[in-house]
Design a protein. Structure first.
Length: 155
């Protein structure tokens, strides 16, 4: 039961909504916080050097304080902030999909835990390819029956 619930799209939407509302509240209260997230879903602009990126663990904690907190915002279901990495303080804009955030942490205490599992729902755009010869053959078969001639409009 639990497994099917946490994989439901409605449950994921609800978790995302609550997470967004909580983050906005933290922004309003000027409360620094950390996020534990799946690094595979995080994007960096500009990209981090491979040596820096390799040091991240599959679940990575980012702490939003100071300049990083001041630049943080939510846009298009993403938490976006600027941060510096490594000893050279390599600057990058970090974009984290909200549902990739597993925990929101304040003062070393998890304030929010996300257990939703978002399944990618790819809407397939179906295009109808008309096979012209198939249409002609179908029409020829239809017209070969004299009974069907009453269904054909005469010009």
């Amino acid at each position: 039961m639990l497994e099917s619930l946490i994989q439901e799209r409605d449950f994921a939407k609800l978790m995302k909504k609550h997470m967004q509302e909580l983050i906005i509240l933290l922004f309003q209260k000027e409360q620094n916080f950390g996020i534990l997230c799946k690094i595979e879903d995080v994007s960096f602009n500009p990209e981090l050097p491979d040596t820096m990126y390799a040091e991240f663990r599959p679940l990575t904690l980012f702490f939003l304080a100071g300049y990083t907190f001041e630049t943080a915002r939510i846009e298009d279901e993403m938490l976006i902030f600027e941060a510096g990495f490594g000893s050279d303080n390599f600057g990058s804009v970090v974009s984290v999909p909200l549902l990739s955030i597993l925990q929101i942490i304040v003062d070393e205490t998890p304030l929010f835990i996300n257990i939703a599992i978002e399944k990618e729902i790819k809407e397939e755009v179906q295009t109808k390819e008309v096979d012209e010869s198939g249409v002609k053959n179908s029409m020829a078969s239809f017209l070969s029956n004299p009974e069907n001639s009453k269904f054909v409009k005469k010009k």
